[in-house]
Design a protein around this ligand. Structure first.
Ligand SMILES: NC(=O)c1ccc[n+]([C@@H]2O[C@H](COP(=O)([O-])OP(=O)(O)OC[C@H]3O[C@@H](n4cnc5c(N)ncnc54)[C@H](OP(=O)(O)O)[C@@H]3O)[C@@H](O)[C@H]2O)c1
Length: 320
């Protein structure tokens, strides 16, 4: 992970789905019971996944607590896995980073915070420099191991990197929206700057929230059976599905030749195309999702296949 000593597998598990319908972000997914969550975490561990991404915003502690409980059920103890969480900056001063850290640790119930991230750059009551100083203070106090950001632009990322460097700490990651259907970080300087500065890109929504599985192309009505607001998002409507159809067709063609699924191909492309600068955190609402996503590197895409997927997906993100 960035310039830190932390080693993560190319695929982690996104834990937004564990928010239990609570808090600011909890309304997005359905409510998973703890048995299902336990099984999703166990399946991920069984397939070799060694890290988990959660956040305060995922249910105000519900996702963190649910993850910790599942890890304990799986027999894991602190240090066996890598845990990343996030501080929610909205309408808060940077002082809240220090004031809320014990809440994070309380919900994580004995699991340390290997990576603490500022969830988004829109906080208006504190500057990014103040936020990085708040995070650096936590590293120095031994409350967290490393610092990351999320949804930050290239310019914002460079500034955070500089502030932490002045405290002799690395900025290890920027967690951003990145998938074959959303390749904006390749065109706006974020990816290049991350490579230059040794910052890991953590790709969130790497399956475009389910679109890259092809199941909503097969059955567009299916989205109406799913909880949350995806049914109102343009990508899931007929026009959006038509737009992404060429990418899905290519994923299917490539997947068939490997006995794999389109989702596995999409994930492998993401964590291989740019070398090891990108890691991905697919979320899962079923055990089978976690199993399938975590084994996306069990086969190997050829250079030609990586290239064809690059070419077919570029136009959707306005890349030439
Ligand atoms: N930092 C941020 O601002 C931010 C923003 C978003 C997400 N994240 C993080 O990134 C993680 C992943 O992003 P995401 O959850 O938005 O999107 P995603 O990983 O692209 O999609 C997850 C959803 O796709 C479907 N799915 C996943 N694997 C599947 C499979 N193998 N077969 C069929 N369907 C499958 C499931 O939903 P259905 O079965 O309902 O289709 C699942 O809930 C989150 O859990 C969170 O940790 C961070």
């Amino acid at each position: 992970m960035g310039a830190s000593e932390i080693q993560v597998t190319p695929i982690g598990l996104g834990c937004w789905q564990f928010a239990k319908g609570q808090g600011v972000g909890g309304w997005f997914w359905g409510v998973l019971d703890q048995d299902t969550t336990d099984a999703i975490v166990q399946a991920s561990l069984d397939a070799g996944v060694n890290w988990f991404d959660t956040a305060e915003a995922y249910g105000d502690g519900a996702s963190e607590a649910s993850l910790a409980s599942a890890l304990r059920t799986a027999g894991k103890k602190d240090g066996d896995v890598v845990v990343a969480t996030k501080w929610r900056p909205n309408m808060r001063t940077a002082g809240s980073i220090g004031r809320t850290i014990d809440d994070r640790l309380h919900y994580l119930d004995g699991f340390s915070i290997d990576l603490h991230q500022v969830h988004n750059p829109v906080g208006i009551l504190s500057t990014h420099s103040q936020q990085m100083d708040g995070m650096a203070d936590l590293v120095r106090a031994g409350k967290i191991r490393t610092v990351g950001i999320s949804n930050f632009t290239e310019r914002q990322m460079r500034r955070c990197h500089g502030v932490l460097a002045s405290r002799e700490l690395p900025l290890v990651s920027n967690q951003v929206h990145y998938s074959l259907l959303h390749r904006n970080i390749e065109g706006n300087g974020t990816l290049e700057a991350a490579k230059e500065l040794g910052i890991t890109i953590i790709a969130y929504s790497p399956l475009a929230q389910g679109l890259l599985t092809g199941k909503y192309h097969d059955d567009p009505a299916r989205i109406r059976t799913r909880p949350g607001p995806r049914r109102w998002m343009p990508g899931f409507h007929r026009k959006g599905l038509r737009k992404s159809a060429p990418v899905i067709a290519e994923l299917r063609r490539v997947a068939a030749s490997h006995g794999a699924t389109p989702a596995q191909v999409a994930l492998q492309w993401l964590v291989r195309f740019h070398g090891d600068v990108v890691v991905a955190i697919p979320g899962a609402s079923k055990v089978s999702h976690a199993q399938s996503n975590a084994t996306c590197l069990d086969f190997e895409l050829s250079d030609e296949e990586l290239h064809l997927l690059d070419v077919v997906s570029k136009p959707l993100s306005g890349l030439s």
